[in-house]
Design a protein. Structure first.
Length: 284
């Protein structure tokens, strides 16, 4: 990775609103006004935002299908000293949105990449979910194919951190049904829908109860969702693990059960009773 070169232009990664236009920060407004060019996921969509704020900066299309091709020409413009802003349709670019290839290539080319932070649906959702936020695992979108989706959920079943998913109206019901099935209906979750928009709704409860709410009210299936699921409860550790059982077995070959259990308890730190019980089973 090269150190930023001051002769290059700057690539600004600018977060835009996820619904409420008032969430565009004054700094984002200034940057979008001042740059020579804005690389946008959907130029027509971003044009509306810019028009709303009276910004006439030129736009260039950069979406998931052309990003690799467009990156080279954007880098050339940056090398020529142009300042460029990257925006996506909503929220923070690169968060389940295009921009990764451009940002990576720009950094490798020694271009200064500057964040202009603002809305991101996952952070807004976590901030109101009432679920632990000290550790969370952002999973983005699950697969649209049920087998792949269920496999992914299965792999996450023991994850202790809060799980965060993006979901669309088409699949919200199927995804929550799979989560209830795989994580268990009593696992706590929060559905954040249409944040910062007219129909903003934040529903909390068990996965089973959320599934019933979705099924019984089709309005609740509409819009954009962040699904957050409480992390798995700590696994009840097998009382006598394999290594401790080995210690107990060796001692049992030389000592009576009571003494073997007492000594094994001193060596392993496990409870003498648990080791005594296990010893009884081993002797049988
Ligand atoms: N880059 C965006 C961000 O920073 O959050 C995410 C873009 S991703 C293509 C779109 C998904 O984000 C939606 O399907 C939904 O899961 C989530 N999302 C975006 N806006 C939302 C909102 N207002 N309320 C709830 N979820 C939203």
């Amino acid at each position: 990775m090269n150190a930023p070169d001051n002769r290059h232009g700057v690539l600004y990664v600018v977060a835009t609103p996820i619904g409420n236009l008032q969430d565009l920060s004054p700094r984002a407004l200034q940057v979008l006004r001042d740059v020579a060019l804005i690389a946008a996921e959907d130029t027509r969509h971003s044009k509306k935002l810019l028009t709303h704020f009276g910004i006439g900066t030129a736009l260039l299309s950069l979406h998931e299908h052309n990003e690799r091709d467009v990156t080279a020409s954007v880098l050339q413009k940056l090398s020529a000293g142009m300042d460029i802003a990257l925006v996506s349709d909503a929220g923070t670019p690169l968060i389940s949105d295009p921009g990764f290839h451009l940002v990576r290539a720009a950094r490798q080319a020694g271009v200064r990449v500057v964040p202009v932070p603002g809305p991101a649906a996952l952070v807004a959702a976590l901030s109101v979910a009432g679920l632990p936020t000290d550790r969370f695992c952002f999973e983005g979108f699950l697969s649209s194919k049920q087998t792949a989706r269920r496999q992914r959920l299965q792999a996450l079943a023991d994850q202790r951190a809060t799980l965060v998913f993006y979901e669309s109206s088409h699949r919200i019901l199927a995804s929550v049904a799979d989560m209830a099935d795989i994580f268990g209906g009593d696992r706590e979750a929060t559905l954040a829908r249409e944040l910062t928009k007219t129909f903003e709704t934040v529903l909390g409860g068990s996965l089973a109860s959320l599934l019933v709410q979705l099924q019984s009210d089709s309005q609740q299936q509409k819009g954009e969702f962040v699904v957050m699921v409480h992390g798995a409860a700590p696994q009840a550790k097998s009382v006598v693990d394999a290594a401790s059982e080995q210690v107990l077995t060796v001692l049992l070959s030389e000592l009576p059960l009571k003494q073997a259990a007492a000594l094994a308890a001193k060596i392993t730190g496990l409870s003498r009773n648990a080791l005594y019980e296990r010893g009884l089973q081993l002797k049988e």
